[in-house]
Design a protein around this ligand. Structure first.
Ligand code: AHM
Ligand code: MG
Length: 335
C-alpha cells in the first residue's frame, strides 16, 4: 500500500491550529518562503550550465545578463516576501541596510524576516551543497517608527526559523517552536514532502566540524578541545571524525541528523568569529534547541544574545548537547 504523502502546504495549514489566535499570516509567509526556495532550487540546479549556455560576460541564451546566484536568490526571496503581504521589512546578508517593503510598512504588516539567501558562497561555483537560512520575528509594535530597532530582538523571540539545503536532494527544515520537521523536495511533483517528522538530534556523536586551517589563530580553549577530539578513547568514541564542508547549512544538517558539533570560533584575527547572529546563528540555534541540541557562543546561549546591529557576528558552537557542553567547558577552562 502506498503511504500518504504530506506536503509542506498541507502541514503548515494543519499546524496553524496550534496557534489559537493565528489568522494564517505566518502560514502564508512560510508558504511564500517555500515557493521562493523552489525557484532558487531550480537556478541552483542549473548553475553549472551557465558557462555552456551563456556567452562572454555571462549573457544567457535569451540574451539576458545572468545574475550571480546569491544576488538572484536574494531577489527571489524579497520578491516572494513582498508580494505575500505579511512581511514589512527584510534584513539580508546581501543588503547592507534593511530592505523595507514600503507598501507593507504602511499597512502594518506584522512580520520581520532575517535571511541569508544563499549561504556557503565559496561552494556555489563548484557543485557543493549550499543553503538558505531564515528567521522570522513579529513586530513588537505596529505603530513604532524604528523598524531597525525591532530587528534587534533576541533569538528567543523568533516565531519561526528554518533552512533550505540544496544538496543531493533539496530539503526545507523549519520550526515554529513545536519541534523540527523536514521536507524533501520531490522534483517530479514540485512539492516539499514531509520526510523527517519531529527531528531529534542524538545526545552525542562522533563528528566535529571546524575549519582547522585556522588552528594557529584559535583560542587555547578551542585548540585544547580539538586535541581532545583526536585522542583515542573507546567509551567516548574518540578519535572523532572530521567533516567540514564549508557550508554552514550542510555541516549543521548532517550533524543534526547524525550527531556532531560544528564550531566557528573566535580567532585572533576575527574575535567575534565569522558567522552572523541574526540570519545564520539564531535560526540554527533555535532549530538545534528544538531538536534537543544546544548552541553557544563559547560562553552563553546564542538565543540570549541581545543584538546590537543587523550584521553582528558571533562565535558559534552548535550541535549535540553533550558535545557542545564539553566544547564550552574546554573553552572556559583554557582562557
Ligand atoms: P558566507 O555567508 O559568505 O557563505 O559565509 C558563511 C560560510 C558558512 O556557510 C561556512 O560554514 C563558513 O562560512 C565557512 O567559512 P571558512 O571558509 O572560513 O571556513
Ligand atoms: Mg552566509
Amino acid at each position: 500500500m502506498k503511504r500518504q504523502v504530506t506536503t509542506l502546504s498541507q502541514f503548515i495549514i494543519e499546524r496553524q491550529a496550534d496557534f489559537p489566535y493565528a489568522k494564517g499570516e505566518l502560514s502564508r509567509l512560510l508558504l511564500d518562503i517555500g515557493i521562493a526556495a523552489k525557484v532558487v532550487n531550480r537556478e541552483v540546479n542549473k548553475a553549472g550550465l551557465v558557462d555552456i549556455l551563456g556567452e562572454a560576460g555571462n549573457i544567457n541564451i535569451q540574451g539576458e545578463q545572468v545574475k550571480k546566484l546569491d544576488v538572484f536568490a536574494n531577489e527571489q526571496f524579497i520578491i516572494a516576501l513582498g508580494s505575500g503581504g505579511e512581511t514589512c521589512a527584510v534584513a539580508s546578508e546581501e543588503n547592507e541596510d534593511l530592505v523595507p517593503i514600503e507598501t507593507l510598512v504602511s499597512k502594518n504588516a506584522k512580520y520581520l524576516v532575517c535571511i541569508d539567501p544563499l549561504d556557503g558562497s565559496s561552494n556555489i561555483d563548484v557543485n557543493v551543497s549550499i543553503g538558505t537560512i531564515f528567521s522570522i520575528y513579529r513586530r513588537k509594535s505596529e505603530e513604532s517608527t524604528s523598524i531597525l530597532s525591532e530587528f534587534l530582538q533576541k533569538g528567543t523571540q523568533q516565531v519561526a526559523a528554518g533552512y533550505v539545503i540544496y544538496g543531493s536532494s533539496t530539503m526545507l527544515v523549519y520550526t515554529t517552536g513545536k519541534g523540527v520537521n523536514g521536507f524533501t523536495l520531490d522534483p517530479s511533483i514540485g512539492e516539499f514532502c514531509l520526510s523527517h517528522p519531529d527531528i531529534k538530534t542524538p545526545e552525542t556523536g562522533n563528528i566535529y566540524s571546524v575549519n582547522e586551517g585556522n588552528y594557529m589563530h584559535l583560542t587555547e580553549g578551542v585548540k585544547a578541545y580539538l586535541r581532545w577530539c583526536k585522542e583515542s578513547d573507546k567509551d567516548t568514541k574518540r578519535p572523532y571524525t572530521a567533516r567540514y564542508i564549508g557550508s554552514l547549512v550542510a555541516d549543521f544538517h548532517r550533524n543534526l541528523l547524525k550527531g556532531g558539533i560544528y564550531i566557528y570560533p573566535a580567532t585572533v584575527t576575527a574575535p567575534n568569529g565569522k558567522l552572523r547572529l541574526l540570519y545564520e546563528c539564531n535560526p540554527l540555534a533555535w532549530i538545534a534547541e528544538q531538536a534537543g541540541g544546544q548552541a553557544s557562543d563559547g560562553r552563553n546561549r546564542i538565543l540570549d544574545i541581545k543584538p546590537e546591529s543587523l550584521h553582528q557576528r558571533t562565535p558559534l558552537f552548535i550541535g549535540s548537547p553533550e558535545m557542545v557542553t564539553m566544547a564550552v567547558e574546554f573553552n572556559l577552562k583554557n582562557q
